[in-house]
Design a protein around this ligand. Structure first.
Ligand code: DHB
Ligand code: FE
Length: 280
């Protein structure tokens, strides 16, 4: 049976993607961030998952306010980088895993998580930047990718608890897939995150680190935190953090933390990265 080997929580800051694309990693502004995350890249190169399920939010690239799925899974054989206004990022297209993705869709929907099925899904920075964070700038992504979108753009977003339960259902689904794929699951977005208005640039490191602590050791409690607390403590887009709970739900109650970094600045939000290995 397929198995989930690890979960990765990471911000998906577009400027990080641009820094990688433009070879700026060694510049004084960027080097401290890239030095901090190098152990995570080393871990990824060693772990070599066959498939990455990337839980992210589409930022009005594939979807728009015309159509707002709460959860959507990409079942295509290939996902092209989205044009977010400046032309598509110069990163490889992602090879999907239609067979596993359809298995996930069937298992999740019959498990009462009514996902939208996307046969065509251009992937925006929410999905491509996390891949660049972990893999750098390869000619081809060294894994298959299954994108899974969560609406955190237009109120009402799903609750943290619903996301956590979705993660548990993803694990059940992966573990009933008759293959030997080793799967990593990404939860992306966040952390402290307010891009506009009077509080733009809000950084609440205490909240970010407490979130990481609870994500690791007491995710059930973190899953009960409501939208208002994310908005108040982590800013208007801090709600993206509920997607990390999908990742956490897909892991065992006990996990091994193999990497954690938290860095400011890479933009005007906090940039977090955590890797949790699944207990057998
Ligand atoms: C930034 C972060 C995001 O998650 C996003 O979608 C856009 C911008 C940022 O930190 O600049
Ligand atoms: Fe975002």
């Amino acid at each position: 049976m397929a198995e989930i080997i690890a979960g990765i929580g990471t911000s998906h800051v577009p400027a990080v993607g641009a820094a990688i694309d433009n070879g700026k990693q060694d510049e004084p502004y960027w080097a401290p961030y890239f030095n901090k995350i190098q152990p995570a890249r080393d871990w990824m190169a060693e772990a070599r998952p066959d498939v990455c399920i990337v839980v992210y939010n589409d930022h009005a690239s594939a979807f728009s306010l015309d159509l707002i799925p709460t959860f959507a899974i990409g079942v295509a054989a290939r996902f092209d980088p989205a044009d977010e206004g400046y032309g598509p990022r110069g990163v490889p297209a992602a090879d999907g895993h239609p067979q596993l993705a359809w298995h996930l869709a069937e298992s999740l929907i019959t498990d009462e998580f009514d996902l939208t099925i996307a046969n065509k899904l251009p992937i925006d920075h929410g999905c491509t930047v996390p891949l660049s964070v972990l893999y750098g700038r390869p000619d081809a992504w060294p894994c298959r990718i299954i994108p899974l979108c969560v609406n955190v753009i237009q109120y009402p977003a799903p609750t943290g608890h619903r996301c956590f339960e979705l993660g548990k259902a993803i694990r059940r689904a992966v573990e009933t897939y008759p293959g030997d794929e080793r799967v990593a699951i990404f939860g992306t977005g966040g952390m402290s995150h307010q891009l506009q208005g009077e509080r733009a640039g809000l950084i609440n490191t205490d909240f970010d680190l407490a979130f990481l602590d609870r994500l690791v050791s007491d995710p059930e409690t973190q899953a009960r935190v409501g939208h208002t607390e994310y908005l108040r403590e982590a800013g208007s887009e801090g709600i993206e953090l509920v997607m990390w709970l999908v990742m956490r739900g897909a892991l065992s109650p006990r996990v091994t933390e193999v990497h954690r970094s938290h860095h400011v600045p890479t933009s005007n939000t906090s940039n977090g990265l955590i890797i949790l290995e699944n207990a057998a």
